[in-house]
Design a protein around this ligand. Structure first.
Ligand code: SF4
Length: 319
């Protein structure tokens, strides 16, 4: 098992690789941004350095090594499709990787998640397509400038919209674009949500996944709930490391959430055509059944009903 930057090449020996449509190639660990208010992934490796002021843990594999790994897996298993797995690739890293794939003459299809930093020029979509991207996986989480500030992703909404508009104008020749959205972050108002909703409905890209915001252990909201107007009640309902707490929202937040959920409930038909996957909400498990030892979902919980309805009809997208 060769290591680069502390990230080993995965060993697939003994697995039924012939049945896999493609293989994952891990390209980095950690996140170079590590500041999104809702996210706990920057501490997946138990390094809460950001919150403790000690910096960010990020270990990239490096472009040359990624190319070597793809070649190794191609020769070993005859695969032509890969997923570059990581939390997020930076736009400059993505550019270097695309050029390296093209220069190396790798004839592969691939997908990867790229952060939407200001360095993401819309024309990079062309370069990614030339290098073999079979779809774009972008996570603006919202199309409302006010909400993106709350998320603290360090995203500029004009910039994000410029990328999406570029895809829209060139969608006939570019691979499909799939966006990920999050609904109901503390402080998001119904008007904010509606701005995002109107944007996605006015464009042709699909929404790969909608997540209803849920509190994640070790996220900034978890560490500083008072900043977000919420109170955390410790309710250990199951062994999920990141979601075994419940929060009480401020009455103002709660009122906005209820407006948002009521709107979604009334527009489920339109959303079903747009959304490929709806993340199940906590504390219920993926199949919608209560986890062992938990109370059943209350039938009047609107979020739960919406997730069940949209989830039952949403399509899994296989790249
Ligand atoms: S959401 Fe993505 S970019 Fe933000 S901290 Fe988490 S892994 Fe990093």
């Amino acid at each position: 098992m060769a290591r680069q930057g502390g990230v080993p090449l995965a060993d697939f020996e003994g697995l039924p690789v012939a049945y896999y449509p493609g293989l994952p190639v891990e390209v980095s660990r950690g996140c170079y941004w590590s500041r999104c208010a809702f996210c706990s992934r920057c501490v997946v490796y138990l390094k809460r350095r950001y919150f403790e002021g000690g910096g960010v843990l990020y270990r990239p594999v490096g472009t040359d090594e990624i190319v070597r790994r793809v070649r190794t897996l191609q020769e070993r298993y005859g695969k032509t499709h890969f997923e570059f797995t990581c939390l997020d690739i930076s736009p400059p890293e993505m550019k270097r990787l695309c050029r390296a794939i093209i220069d190396a003459g790798l004839r592969i299809g691939w997908c990867a998640r790229v952060r939407l930093d200001d360095s993401f020029e819309p024309e990079m979509l062309d370069l990614m397509a030339e290098a073999g991207a079979t779809s774009y996986h972008l996570s603006p989480e919202t199309f409302c400038a006010r909400t993106t500030k709350l998320h603290n992703k360090n995203y500029n909404m004009d910039r994000i919209r410029a990328i999406f508009e570029y895809w829209e104008a060139n969608r006939d020749r570019l691979p499909p674009l799939l966006a990920r959205l999050m609904i109901g972050f503390p402080g998001e108002t119904f008007d904010d949500f509606k701005e995002s909703y109107d944007y996605i409905m006015a464009h042709h890209f699909h929404v790969q996944a909608i997540s209803f915001y849920s509190l994640l252990k070790n996220s900034d909201v978890y560490v500083h709930p008072e900043k977000y107007g919420i109170t955390i009640r410790k309710v250990k309902q199951h062994q999920n490391l990141f979601a075994n707490y419940e929060a009480t929202w401020s009455p103002e937040n709660q009122a906005e959430l209820e407006k948002i959920y009521a709107f979604i409930d009334a527009h489920k038909g339109a959303l079903r055509k747009k959304v490929l996957f709806v993340h199940p909400i906590e504390p219920w498990s993926a199949d919608g059944q209560p986890a062992p030892g938990e109370a059943a979902a209350p039938e009047d919980d609107l979020r739960y009903r919406i997730t069940q309805f949209l989830g039952a009809f949403s399509r899994f997208y296989v790249v």
